[in-house]
Design a protein around this ligand. Sequence first.
Ligand code: ADP
Ligand code: MG
Length: 369
Amino acid sequence: MNLTRLTLYGFRNLAEQRLDFGDGLQVICGGNAQGKTNLLEAIFCLTAGRSFRSADDQILVGQTDGADEKVGYRLEGEIKRRDDALHPLLIFDQETKRRTFTLNGAPLRRVMELWAEVKAVPFVPADSLLVKGPPLLRRQFLNRFLGQKSALYRYHLQRFSTALRHRNAILKEMQRGNRGESLETWNGVYQEAAQALVDERAAAILQLAEAAQSFYRLLSRRGEAVRLAYQPASWEIGKDLAGGARREIAAGTCLFGPHLDELEIRLSGRAARFYSSEGEGRCLALALRLAEYRILCEDGGDAPLLLLDDALSELDGSRREALLDLLEPLPQSFLTTVTIDELPRRQREKASIFDVQDGEIKKRPDPAG
Ligand SMILES: Nc1ncnc2c1ncn2[C@@H]1O[C@H](COP(=O)(O)OP(=O)(O)O)[C@@H](O)[C@H]1O
Ligand SMILES: [Mg+2]
């Protein structure tokens, strides 16, 4: 799928403007703090329903020095797919604190409905936290990846979240000595949904591991062995629920389920979370994101949008070329960079180049005319 048009209003430091994007590589070029990441963030919001760096819509609203106070933000896109076009529209109203999201004019009840239609894979330098941060971030990565990949996963994730909430509330009551609602009423849904998530994660991680290894080899200088090890809190939820009821009541919370899983990443046999350097973390995260992208492509349908923030600066000359070679045949990808000199001439000539300065984004004229 290709983002052909983006209309911005009131989003971070970005000026009110309409942008037309082309096929293939879209290079977003500009100095520090000009708005490159903000642009990728805007595109991501429109495809995922939320930002990759802030959960708070109010932070996304453009702040000006008084004169031109923004009433909220508004993002509108046009996305061409193989057989149709989609028009996502996301509006956040600063006064009512309400957001509305529509797709081709029809309101979306849940953002996950969007994930079925529009796919996007981002990479930002802060993704090193995917490797070096807490397990929660890796679970979110798995949920977003599998949420885009599988309708069944989305269905079970929704049911599991509801069952988890209810079971936690009941267990808390029971911990206090109250009888509360019967735990049994939620056990069935909980067990079924949790087991489905665990099984899908286990299968997908095998696929991810293989792809991540090959991308890491391509992008890192030494190409060490990458291992992904799934460590679920429970492999057999039904059994653990039956045998562990007393422990759960004592804890006042659900102890078995995919909300406690870990995806362990190992580099050269050592846990990357604790041992890898900042640079290795970023490179591993980039390999994971590219693995996610490739697997989503293999499922058929339209290729996702690929949004790479500052992905070149970590890489030396030949790895840069390797990454750019990967991007070249893709229907559309976005890449931010401080200077266009980071790109070899061949790629520069083919790409659409946009300069960002103080939130204003301008397309460079095509050298071929
Ligand atoms: N809500 C906001 N309103 C106005 N400016 C913002 C807002 N959020 C961030 N900014 C500013 O946007 C600028 C550009 O940010 P960013 O896109 O991250 O830069 P870069 O081009 O280095 O990726 C920064 O100076 C930042 O302070
Ligand atoms: Mg940036």
